[in-house]
Each structure stands twice: as structure tokens, then as C-alpha cells.
Design a protein around this ligand. Structure first.
Ligand code: ZN
Length: 376
């Protein structure tokens, strides 16, 4: 028996020269060819083999079908030509169909020709909401239920919107409390037009007041940037949800009631809030809000040991707020004599860390699927 050449499968079929061209002889030759094709089809392997198989049978230059033309049809005597021609044509169609069918049906690996519709499809796992987006949406929905609308603004802001209109005059020391990332090459512009990455979403409050007449209730969610070196509690990127309510006769009581309700909605109805004097340029008076520690129920001790989450104080500082400074109304054409309002702002990461017991803020940003999967 003829040995297969190196690199070939154990296939012996070569197109024979025909000694005679009678129908019986043709039948025999065709039968041999088709059974060889059958055999080869059943042994098909991977992509390279499939390509070789296809070329071997169908290649225009010296594929088996071309050889049949050369070795069977061309040498046929004149009186048999018509008969042989018809047989060869029929055979060609048959071989082409069988080759293509073999390539399609065989479930090969890495086959560039084969598509096996019985194989399972490529699974595209359904993603989950990122814990930051989920928390942000949760905060937003609390305020939406109180009648707030949502406003968004640009992440790259001018000095005017990020600082000046929020009552941070140029060179005011309060600017130093927000380590700002400035856009390079802005020196030729007046200071108020220079661009920076917003350090808070408060500029959206200014933009909202410019666009809308009071009464106004908006929350402004979004990404903000500070020039902080990344560690377990700091990140140069984080998210805020700020809120603003302006109307006639809005008092500090409204502010306290609103935030107390929001904290209970986010952390459970047993959570208490307390307000501490603080300072922000755009609110007066200003306050920091603490919630009773959700890990030790405000007792300061947990499992007989001092609670680490609140440093045994029973309280966790969570957000800043205050009554809108009348100066701010001056920048947006509101009448400070008639209007009053409050503003507040909270860090989304801070709230997500508490809600989900995350111990490193970097986990939110380094895209590790093992971390993110837990929120699916
Ligand atoms: Zn605690």
C-alpha cells in the first residue's frame, strides 16, 4: 500500500488515468473517488487540516477536480467526450457539495471554515452595576422621592464655577483645602476662565441656579478630582452627590429634617444624626453631619472591644452642609433678601464603604472582577 507522505493524513487517493471510458469504467472510478472523499471527510481534524483538505479537492490549480478535467475529460475519445463531460460535471457538483458539507458539519477545533450550530454559543456574562454607581443611584432616589430633580455638569470646569461663584475669592485660603488638579497651559487666560478638574459638584449648583428660577431642588451627582495620593482612604477620583434647595422661608430645620430622613433611608431607620459647626465658603452657617455608628449601633463598643469604625466614639462623620451663603445668590441673580436655601454634599465612596464594609477605596477603581462580582 502506498505510504502517506509526511504531513499528510493517511490518504491514498490520487486521480488515476483512465484506460477506458465506458460507463462501467467511469462508474468504478467515480465510486472510488467518492469513497476516498468520504473517508477523508470523516477524518477531518483542525483548521489547518481542513484548509489542506479543501485545497486538495477544490484548488483551481491542481486540486482533484482540476485533475479530473486533465486526466479524465481531456483524454476522452471523441465519441465518449459528451458522456464523460456530463459525468465529470455531475461529479464536480457532487464533490464540491460534499467537501463544503464536510467542512461545515465536522465540529473541529479552530476551524476557520466550520460553524457547528449545535455547539453552545459564546456566553456573554451579564454585567452588574458598579457599587459606586449603585450607591450613587440609591442616594439620588432618596432625594428624587423628596421631589428633587437631577442636574449634571462638566467634569472640566472653569475657576469661576468651581471657586469664584461659590464664594472662594481668588487667593482665598479656603482654596488650599481642595488640592486642585489644574489643566496646563491656561496662564494666558484671566484666572476665572482657567480650566481645572472640578473638585466638587458644587459648580453644577451654580449652573442650575443660572438656568432655573426658584423654587429649586436639585441633586448633582458626578465624578470629581483632587490631587490626593491614592491610599486606602484617598483617591484622585471620587464621586459626590450634592444637593441644593432654594425657596422662600427655608430654614436650618428643613435642612436637618431632610438629611436626617436621607440618612435613615440609606442606613436604616435606627440611625441618628447630629450636626457640628463647620466652615464652607458657600454656606453660612455650615455644619458637618455625623451619623450614629452603624457597626456598633452608636455604643462605641463592639464585641466587648472599642469599635474601630467609629474609633469608639459611636459617631461617624459623613457629610457637609449648611445654609446657602447670601453672597452666592449674588452670582446667579437670585434675591438674597427674599430667598433662603440649604446645600449639602456627600462622598459616594464614603457611603459605599460603610454600606458594603469595603476597607480600601482603591478597590472601587482597579477593575478587579473578583471584587466587582460580589455586587452582581
Ligand atoms: Zn462604632
Amino acid at each position: 500500500m502506498k505510504q502517506p507522505r509526511r504531513g499528510e493524513r493517511n490518504v491514498a487517493y490520487t486521480v488515476p488515468k483512465l484506460k477506458e471510458f465506458s460507463p462501467t469504467a467511469l462508474d468504478k472510478a467515480v465510486e472510488k473517488l467518492l469513497s476516498a472523499l468520504e473517508q477523508e471527510s470523516s477524518e477531518l481534524g483542525n483548521g489547518d487540516e481542513r484548509k489542506a483538505f479543501r485545497d486538495r479537492w477544490l484548488a483551481r490549480k491542481d486540486g482533484i477536480l482540476t485533475q479530473i478535467n486533465e486526466l479524465w475529460l481531456k483524454p476522452a475519445p471523441k465519441d465518449a467526450k459528451r458522456e464523460v463531460g456530463q459525468r465529470v460535471n455531475k461529479l464536480k457538483g457532487e464533490v464540491e457539495a460534499k467537501v463544503e458539507a464536510a467542512l461545515v458539519q465536522q465540529p473541529g477545533i479552530n476551524s476557520e471554515f466550520a460553524i457547528d450550530i449545535s455547539l453552545p454559543g459564546i456566553r456573554r456574562p451579564i454585567g452588574a452595576e458598579h457599587p459606586i454607581i449603585r450607591t450613587q443611584n440609591e442616594i439620588i432616589s432618596v432625594f428624587k422621592n423628596l421631589g428633587y430633580s437631577v442636574a449634571e455638569g462638566p467634569a472640566i470646569e472653569t475657576d469661576y464655577y468651581n471657586f469664584e461663584a461659590l464664594n472662594f475669592p481668588p487667593n482665598h485660603p479656603a482654596r488650599d483645602t481642595q488640592d486642585t488638579i489644574f489643566i496646563a497651559g491656561q496662564e494666558s487666560k484671566p484666572q476665572r476662565d482657567r480650566l481645572l478638574l472640578r473638585t466638587h459638584t458644587s459648580p453644577v449648583q451654580i449652573r442650575s441656579m443660572e438656568k432655573m428660577k426658584p423654587p429649586l431642588r436639585v441633586v448633582c451627582p458626578g465624578k470629581v478630582h483632587r490631587n490626593d495620593a491614592p491610599d486606602a482612604t484617598h483617591s484622585p477620583i471620587f464621586h459626590q452627590v450634592e444637593g441644593l434647595a432654594v425657596d422662600t422661608n427655608i430654614t436650618f430645620c428643613d435642612l436637618k429634617g431632610t438629611l436626617d430622613h436621607a440618612m435613615k433611608a440609606l442606613f436604616g431607620s435606627s440611625v441618628k444624626t447630629r450636626f457640628y459647626p463647620s466652615f464652607f465658603p458657600f454656606t453660612e452657617p455650615s455644619a458637618d453631619v455625623q451619623i450614629s455608628c452603624i457597626f456598633c449601633d452608636g455604643t462605641g463598643t463592639r464585641d466587648g472591644a472599642p469599635c474601630r469604625n467609629c474609633k469608639a466614639s459611636g459617631w461617624i462623620e459623613l457629610l457637609g452642609c449648611g445654609m446657602v451663603d447670601p453672597n452666592v445668590y449674588g452670582f446667579v441673580g437670585y434675591d438674597p433678601a427674599k430667598l433662603s436655601g440649604f446645600a449639602f454634599g456627600m462622598g459616594v465612596e464614603r457611603i459605599a464603604i460603610l454600606k458594603y464594609g469595603v476597607d480600601d477605596i482603591q478597590l472601587f477603581f482597579n477593575g478587579d472582577v473578583r471584587f466587582l462580582e460580589q455586587f452582581g
